[in-house]
Design a protein around this ligand. Structure first.
Ligand code: ZN
Length: 71
């Protein structure tokens, strides 16, 4: 069985600011913190969200899988 995520949104409550983290299967991860916006790296918010998802595989954008016909 394969479980994939198509869209998710997280609200991160930081010490001074709140951040919005989102994932969708077309654009990948999004976070509105400066770390992500300007440095283009995986920020701690995204890491925290990935961790909260556990083993659900969301790292790569997987193209539509071909339907296999079993005869
Ligand atoms: Zn962030």
């Amino acid at each position: 069985m394969k479980v994939s995520l198509s869209y998710a949104q997280f609200n991160i409550q930081g010490v001074t600011d709140n951040y919005l983290v989102a994932y969708d299967d077309e654009d990948g991860w999004f976070c509105n913190c400066p770390d992500r916006q300007y440095r283009k790296r995986e920020c701690k918010h995204i890491k925290a969200c990935k961790k909260s998802l556990g083993h659900v595989q969301v790292d790569e954008v997987v193209p539509e899988t071909q339907t296999q016909l079993v005869v």
